[in-house]
Design a protein around this ligand. Structure first.
Ligand code: AMP
Length: 190
């Protein structure tokens, strides 16, 4: 199964991505996590990415795409994968299309988690106290939300035109959201 998990910052992509990964035995690939790991260990990639991440901006497409190519061509991605936080721009969609064409595989679905705006800010401010992410301050959160609305949300239309979108209500308890995701994936696999 090859899936994209989309939704605004705070929608629960990381949490639900881990659940899906375990249940379906596919790696969850979070571009944000890979960037943060590189920042933490001070690699060249981390140094390139850090200023963008801290400012709540997108890391440039060429840098992000090269990283995704490296990751998706690893053997563990052969049976499938779940992408969390990628693609986020039109350029990244084009890049992913060409990479999957090269590999002669197709996407099975694009799952969109929906959560209302007030709930999102509340969740991110809570996460800030738990994880201490530099980009979880209120002004940076707002900037990331704007970027999502401007650059990433429009991608849903593109995937909807390909009949790939599954919309899942991301409000409420983690377990309830996981159940809704399972139901949506069951429809996909039928
Ligand atoms: P996330 O953990 O998905 O919220 O990502 C954290 C930050 O990493 C984002 O605010 C961006 O700065 C960067 N990032 C993650 N994924 C991407 C992507 N696909 N394109 C550009 N920047 C990204």
């Amino acid at each position: 199964m090859r899936l994209i998990l989309m939704g605004p910052p705070g929608a629960g992509k990381g949490t639900q991505g881990s659940v899906i990964s375990e249940r379906y035995g596919i790696p969850a690939i979070s571009t944000g996590d890979i960037f943060r790991a590189n920042v933490a260990s001070g690699t060249a990639l981390g140094i390139q990415a850090q200023q963008h991440i801290d400012a709540g901006e997108y890391v440039p497409d060429d840098v992000t795409n090269a990283m995704v190519r490296d990751r998706l061509t690893q053997p563990d991605c052969r049976p499938g994968f779940l992408l969390d936080g990628f693609p986020r721009t039109v350029e990244q969609v084009k890049f992913l299309d060409s990479l999957l064409d090269e590999q002669q595989v197709r996407l099975d679905g694009v799952m969109v988690l929906t959560v209302n705006a007030e709930e999102l800010v509340g969740r991110l401010l809570l996460r800030a106290t738990q994880q201490g992410r530099a980009d979880d301050t209120e002004p940076v959160i707002r900037k990331r939300q704007r970027l999502y609305d401007d650059q990433t949300a429009p991608l849903i239309e593109e995937y909807a035109a390909r009949d790939l979108v599954l919309t899942v209500n991301g409000m409420g308890a983690t377990d309830h959201v996981s159940e809704r995701i399972d139901a949506a994936l069951a429809r996909l696999r039928r």
